[in-house]
Design a protein around this ligand. Structure first.
Ligand SMILES: C[S@@+](CC[C@H](N)C(=O)[O-])C[C@H]1O[C@@H](n2cnc3c(N)ncnc32)[C@H](O)[C@@H]1O
Length: 241
């Protein structure tokens, strides 16, 4: 099967872009869409949270406002600049290479990063979660719901808070893998983001977790797109790297 890496992702529109095609300006404008309510409802209050792929701090700010202590990780310095001064600790790193000498009550891997079409990267992202979660802590993951590729059609659009998000195109490019182009239209500016994702079945998702030494503790939403996982067994996962 062809592997599509995040280097294949693209973005168009004004301003700077991350290596995975996200517009910094656009993500700085996007509002919290209920994500932090789901996270807050699933973890202990006041917990130390390691937020992987924090972007411009869309979830960081509401998490801080709810009393969490947040360490925000992103590979993009331009994204992290948007978070500076909020009270979060910022760490510039790729997620897969992150090796902080610390364990957190909660590790979050949201924004469908687990659906990367790069299987080796997925394993490394999940390993980073395990490496940084406390033995009695949890990992909160946002994944594409089963059957997402059949539901999303070009032209599907939704509006909120002065912006319209639309599916510009979605095409299958391999087994379970699709290339999606999303449009973001504001009154004064427009962006697109094109990315590859692997719509993992629940069983395949759970197998990837298990390979990384994690196990599903609870599905947090009816569509199973939000998941709370915990370290399997002794919290160190399988002995092999
Ligand atoms: C789609 S944006 C989402 C940002 C934020 N979670 C949100 O919901 O607004 C993905 C972010 O993750 C970062 N990212 C993606 N893959 C990464 C990786 N492997 N290592 C570090 N950062 C990564 C990108 O730079 C970008 O800021």
């Amino acid at each position: 099967m062809t592997t599509f890496t995040r280097d294949d992702h693209r973005g168009t529109g004004p301003g700077e872009f991350t290596p995975d095609g996200c517009s910094v300006q656009m993500y700085a404008r996007l509002p919290d869409n209920g994500e932090t309510e789901i996270i807050a409802g699933a973890v202990p209050s006041g917990a130390a949270v390691l937020e992987l792929g924090a972007g411009a701090g869309r979830m960081t700010r509401p998490l801080l406002a709810r009393g969490f202590h947040v360490t925000a990780v992103d590979e993009s310095p331009a994204m992290l600049e948007q978070i500076e001064g909020t009270g979060a600790v910022t760490v510039r790193s790729t997620i897969e290479d992150l090796d902080l000498d610390a364990r957190f009550d909660v590790v979050t891997l949201t924004s469908f990063l687990v659906n990367t079409a790069d299987e080796a990267l997925r394993a490394r992202l999940l390993r980073t979660c395990l490496r940084h979660v406390a033995a009695d802590g949890c990992v909160v993951i946002q994944r594409e719901p089963d059957g997402r590729n059949e539901k999303l059609k070009p032209g599907v659009a939704w509006s909120r808070e002065g912006m319209t998000i639309s599916i510009v195109s979605i095409e299958p490019v391999g087994e379970g893998v699709s290339r999606t182009c999303i449009g973001y239209a504001f009154e004064d500016a427009q962006w697109t983001q094109t990315f590859y994702s692997h719509n993992l079945s629940t069983s395949r998702f759970e197998a990837a977790l298990s390979d990384a030494g994690l196990t599903v503790d609870a599905y947090l939403t009816d569509d199973r797109s939000w998941v709370r996982a915990r370290p399997a067994d002794d919290g160190r996962g399988p002995a092999t790297p």
